[in-house]
Every structure is written in structure tokens, then in C-alpha cells.
Design a protein around this ligand. Structure first.
Ligand SMILES: Nc1nc2c(c(=O)[nH]1)N[C@H]1C(S)=C(S)[C@@H](COP(=O)(O)O)O[C@H]1N2
Ligand SMILES: [Mo]
Length: 418
């Protein structure tokens, strides 16, 4: 077991058991050392009277009112709004629907589900149209997947200096949900595909006519017209009554409020794929149709915006994901990437899904550089910040997936550094 750093391997942790905890108990918060637990607990007031009635649609405890998204509002130059998921509070691979990140180029349209129709037309044997209730009659399928904006973590790629931002602003344009809907393949088969068809133009019913060209193959593979998110109908901001959902692909291609799938033999080069979501490489050439979201991870605790109250024992944990498939392993370092220790993958490790990782760690109180790097089942690995920068032209910001470094100073303040 590598012991140059403060990480405690899972096996060592279990073997040492109580010894480890006692040895470090000086650094444990009072609640963990169970001081005064020998006396029976006092009966609190809330046990003396029955509580209040439940609500028809449940809501979080008022004591958790601070657990909200941060909104980047529309301004005089742009109708884009973005809302950032509080990743630092999320424990688990599913983001509560009310905390799912949002990216809306022209606001959230108000749509009556009875009036909204999806048209499938173009190079098909017959055109088709569906309301959401028509789609409900098909067999539904889907899975637990992440959704990430191509512009997530943009400040890291864009600015020459690391910005003093919390985790939520730096990386909060990714979330996890269970998405359920109709496989697009079923609908395309029913429409009958012209053998020369290669692309499908997907268009949303918002004021910006947001549209993307999608290779037909993806739609025949694992794409769905999502109707449900986390067990209930989509929220308006997530595309109610129906959205395209493309597991693992750039968030922008999962067209919300989907109204049209036009089957063609060539891409349309829409605004979103020529201007907004194409990348300029270091040599000045343009990389278009960069659909897959790369392998990525971030330590969510400790993370920028947090302060470690004291030296001693902490459970380092975070989230990893890859648009190509399953996460195979995550390694962590507390010496700026000289030594790497394997973290434990916790809970289900699913295809194109957020995946939890964790490792016990003892902080000795000296300044450290804490990092994680994820690998996926295809052996893709996260690049360093420098390697990422050298691939792209100055000022690029999309598809940033480099290793995140959190600097913890002697006071325990965690901040973003390169
Ligand atoms: N019609 C339409 N679809 C859209 C968008 C939009 O503004 N309009 N935003 C896109 C972008 S940039 C992203 S990252 C995802 C965000 O989905 P979410 O808001 O459900 O998180 O939806 C995509 N689909
Ligand atoms: Mo996006």
C-alpha cells in the first residue's frame, strides 16, 4: 500500500478499524466521538405531540433551503440562462429533479401537452406525428444517465488564471437522472427509412428554433424521446412534454421541447453546431460534431467553497462519468499528481452515468493539492490542465475535462488552482 500520502486504503482502513479512528479521534468532531452517550437521550418536544399533515407534493426540509441551484440570468446581450447544480451537496448518482442543471438558450417555453406534436418527416416512407399521449402507448425504456453541457467547466478552459469560484459554478452543468421514454429507433422504423438516410435534424419548440444534426446511427442505438425524469413527467425546464435524450453526448444535442425530426442525407450546419458548439484546435482548425463527452471526475468533498475545520480524518468523495461507457477506476492524489491511490467506486457503476468514488484520508494540516483522475472502460483518461490547453486554441471553453486541482491551505480553505 502506497503510504507517501495521507490516503488510507480501504483494506487498511477496515483492518485498522477502531485503532485508526481512536488514533485520530483527537481530530474527529465531537459528534463522531459520541461524548456523553452513556446517558439515555432526553425526550425532545417533537415526541410529545403528533406532527403536521404531509403535503400533496413533498418538498425539502425548510432547513435545507440553501440547497439550491445558482442561476446565471439572462442579460441585455443574451437570452441564455444557465442554472448550476449544487454538486457539493449531492450524495448519489441521481440529482433531484428540482436541482437538475438547466441551459436554456431562449428561456423555458410554456407548452400545452395536448397542443404539442412531434413530426417525423424527410427521407422516410411516410411522415408521422405524435402527441405525448400517443408516445405513451409505445414500450418505454431508458436508464440512469448523466447529462452534461458542452460548456460545463468553461471557466477552466477559457481564463488564463484559475478563477476563485466554488465547485457549483465551476462544474455544476452536469447532473444525473433516470430518463424514460420511447426508443427513437421504434419511431424511425415505423416511418420507414430511405436507405440513403444518414442524418436527422432535431428541432425544439422554443423561440430560438434550437436545432442539431444527429448522425442516424446514434438514434438507432440508444436515443430516446424522453417523457419521464426520475419517475415523473419531465419538468418544463427539462423539455416538457418531450425531449430527445442522447446518453453520453454533448448536452446541447438532447433537444428539449422536441417538435421535429427531419431525416436527411447530410447535416444542416445549424447555428448551434457551427457557431456555438464547435471547437477551435491549437492549429486553428475547427473540430465540429464533437458529440461525446469525455471521461471526467471531480472531488465534491472537499471542494472549492468549503473549509476543513481541522486537520485529521476526512472521507474524500466525488463523482466520475464518461460519455463513452462505464467508469473503470478513479485515482486520487494529495501531492499534486506525483502519487496516485485507487479510490473505491461506490454504488452502481452504470453505463454513461455519474459514478461515486470515495477514499478515507488524513489531512496533516499542511497545504496540499488534491486531485482525482478517472478512467473509463475504453481506457480513456482525463488529461492534465496543461495537456487539455495544448490541444485547443487560446480561449477555447467547450469540452473541458481536465484533472481538477483543489488547493487546501494551512487554514483548511479549499480553492481552485491549475
Ligand atoms: N430546444 C432546446 N433544447 C435544448 C436547449 C435549448 O435551449 N433549447 N439547451 C441545450 C443545452 S445547451 C443543454 S446543455 C441541454 C440542457 O438540458 P437541461 O436544461 O435539461 O439540463 O439541453 C439542450 N437542449
Ligand atoms: Mo449546453
Amino acid at each position: 500500500m502506497l503510504k507517501t500520502t495521507g490516503f488510507v486504503g480501504r483494506r487498511d482502513f477496515l483492518k485498522a478499524g477502531a485503532t485508526f479512528l481512536t488514533a485520530s479521534s483527537a481530530a474527529l468532531p465531537a459528534t463522531l466521538t459520541a461524548k456523553g452517550a452513556s446517558a439515555a437521550p432526553k425526550i425532545p418536544d417533537n415526541m410529545l405531540y403528533p406532527g403536521v399533515e404531509d403535503e400533496a407534493y413533498g418538498s425539502p426540509s425548510p432547513h435545507e433551503a440553501g440547497n439550491v441551484r445558482k442561476i446565471f440570468p439572462q442579460n441585455e446581450k443574451s437570452t441564455l440562462t444557465a442554472s448550476f447544480t449544487p454538486l457539493h451537496t449531492q450524495k448519489g448518482i441521481i440529482t433531484p429533479s428540482g436541482l437538475h442543471f438547466g441551459a436554456h438558450h431562449s428561456g423555458v417555453p410554456e407548452i400545452d401537452p395536448e397542443m404539442h406534436e412531434l413530426f417525423i418527416h424527410g427521407m422516410t416512407d411516410r411522415p408521422l406525428k405524435f402527441t405525448a399521449s400517443d408516445l405513451m402507448r409505445y414500450p418505454l425504456s431508458g436508464g440512469i444517465n448523466f447529462l452534461e453541457c458542452g460548456g460545463n467547466s468553461a471557466p477552466q478552459g477559457y481564463y488564463p488564471e484559475a478563477q476563485p469560484m466554488p465547485l457549483q459554478y465551476l462544474h455544476g452543468l452536469v447532473s444525473g437522472s433516470e430518463w424514460i421514454g420511447v426508443p427513437v429507433k421504434l419511431l424511425l422504423q415505423e416511418a420507414g427509412l430511405n436507405p440513403k438516410a444518414k442524418w436527422v435534424i432535431a428541432e425544439g419548440a422554443d423561440a430560438g428554433f434550437l436545432a442539431r444534426s444527429i448522425p442516424l446511427q446514434k438514434l438507432l442505438d440508444d436515443a430516446i424521446i424522453a417523457l419521464y425524469q426520475n419517475g415523473e413527467r419531465l419538468r418544463p425546464a427539462q423539455g416538457y412534454p418531450m425531449r430527445l435524450f442522447l446518453p453520453g453526448w454533448e448536452g446541447n444535442t438532447s433537444i428539449k421541447w422536441l417538435r421535429r425530426l427531419e431525416v436527411t442525407d447530410r447535416p444542416a450546419y445549424t447555428r448551434e453546431e457551427s457557431r456555438h458548439y464547435s471547437e477551435t484546435l491549437a492549429d486553428g482548425s475547427i473540430e465540429g460534431f464533437s458529440m461525446y463527452m469525455g471521461v471526467k471526475s471531480v472531488i465534491t468533498h472537499p471542494s472549492a467553497g468549503q473549509v476543513l475545520p481541522d486537520k485529521g480524518y476526512y472521507q474524500v468523495n466525488g463523482l466520475a462519468w464518461s460519455g463513452f461507457g462505464k467508469i473503470s477506476r478513479v485515482e486520487v492524489s494529495d501531492d499534486g499528481g506525483k502519487n496516485w491511490v485507487p479510490a473505491e467506486l461506490e454504488g452502481p457503476v452504470l453505463n454513461k452515468s455519474l459514478t461515486r468514488f470515495t477514499l478515507p484520508w488524513r489531512w496533516d494540516g499542511s497545504p496540499v493539492r488534491l486531485q482525482s483522475r478517472a478512467f473509463d472502460e475504453w481506457d480513456n483518461v482525463q488529461p492534465t490542465h496543461e495537456a487539455w490547453k495544448s490541444r485547443y486554441f487560446e480561449g477555447s471553453r467547450n469540452h473541458y475535462n481536465a484533472i481538477q486541482t483543489w488547493y487546501i491551505d494551512a487554514q483548511g480553505t479549499v480553492s481552485n488552482v491549475f
